[in-house]
Ligand binder design. Structure first.
Ligand SMILES: NC(=O)c1ccc[n+]([C@@H]2O[C@H](COP(=O)([O-])OP(=O)(O)OC[C@H]3O[C@@H](n4cnc5c(N)ncnc54)[C@H](O)[C@@H]3O)[C@@H](O)[C@H]2O)c1
Length: 281
């Protein structure tokens, strides 16, 4: 199968890598020559690591790398059976990419998006083929994380869901199906709901951040507590995620608590700024 990936960043590079390893010819497109070179280097380094660990052979690593064709020309994705978009999480950028893909790609091509939160229906609506647009939500790092959320837009056809499932399973992922493209899908909704309750417990003085995280780690076997996770992901990212879900659902449990809003305004965004729910300075 011919696969095209648009956006050679963290996620696009990973999706290109697993696709090439599964034997697909891959066109990897990005607007930036530098991003493209960085993307290809990251893929080469990751494949080399897999080979060093004996998880794939040296030949397999080299063959996979050879199957990836980097380009800055979007027209080059025109022969793909499935295109996976993984550009910045901005609706106007994704909408522009999908409008152009719709014009460039064969009528039979499935157009998939790796968006984390934008409803698939919103992206599909800019095309003349909304029945062939689907969400394939991979997780980072793509070569290691086994999950792909398959998200159905309002008009996505069963055939498109089947083709996207075959692709995702073919690159080694386990698929969970999200039958309606509610904001946050299943995974972001779950993790956000837990984070909002954890923040509310800390805000109201019921427990400290440390104790809430310890409760989740030792009580539930989570690898990290929700507040440590928020600091690692970025307090602003969590804020944006919950705000988007709240705007879409009007469900009060996603309404951002006051402390979260203040932290974002004050610039306490977690590890990346040295302070979030914990102090890293
Ligand atoms: N990072 C994660 O953990 C994660 C997890 C799941 C889903 N996602 C989603 O995946 C998508 C990509 O995220 P990422 O973390 O890989 O971002 P990133 O910033 O690492 O990469 C985005 C890439 O898109 C390129 N790009 C921007 N505009 C473009 C255009 N018009 N045409 C072609 N390329 C363009 C950029 O040059 C960049 O290389 C986003 O929608 C994000 O929400 C991210």
């Amino acid at each position: 199968m011919k696969i095209a990936v648009v956006g050679a960043g963290l996620m696009g590079g990973g999706i290109a890598q697993v696709s090439a390893l599964a034997g697909h010819e891959v066109t990897l497109q990005d607007v930036g020559q530098e991003s493209l070179a960085r993307g290809k280097d990251t893929i080469a380094a990751s494949l080399a690591k897999f080979a060093d660990k004996g998880r794939i052979s040296q030949d397999e690593a080299e063959a996979a790398l050879d199957r990836i064709r980097p380009t800055t020309d979007l027209e080059a994705v025109g022969d793909a059976d499935i295109v996976v978009e993984a550009v910045f999480e901005k609706l106007e950028i994704k909408a522009d990419v999908f409008r152009r893909l719709d014009a460039i790609c064969a009528d039979s091509a499935v157009l998939a998006t790796n968006t984390s939160a934008i409803p698939i229906t919103t992206i599909a609506a800019v095309t003349e083929r909304p029945e062939m647009v689907v969400g394939t939500h991979f997780f980072s790092p793509v070569p290691l994380m086994k999950l792909c959320e398959l998200v159905r837009g309002y008009k996505t056809s069963d055939q498109t869901m089947d083709r996207a499932r075959d692709f995702a399973e073919g690159v080694g992922k386990t698929v969970v199906v999200v039958n309606r493209d509610v904001a946050g899908f299943v995974t972001t909704r779950l993790i956000t709901a837990l984070a909002m309750e954890a923040i509310a417990l800390v805000e109201s003085g019921v427990a400290s951040a440390e104790d809430v995280d310890t409760a989740c780690r030792l009580g539930f076997g989570h690898a990290m507590g929700p507040l440590e996770t928020a600091d690692m992901t970025g307090v602003d990212i969590i804020f944006n995620a919950t705000s988007n879900i709240y705007a879409d659902s009007q469900d009060e449990k996603f309404s951002p608590p006051e402390i979260l809003r203040r932290m974002v305004t004050a610039g306490d965004l977690g590890r990346k700024t040295g302070r979030g729910f914990y102090d890293y300075s």
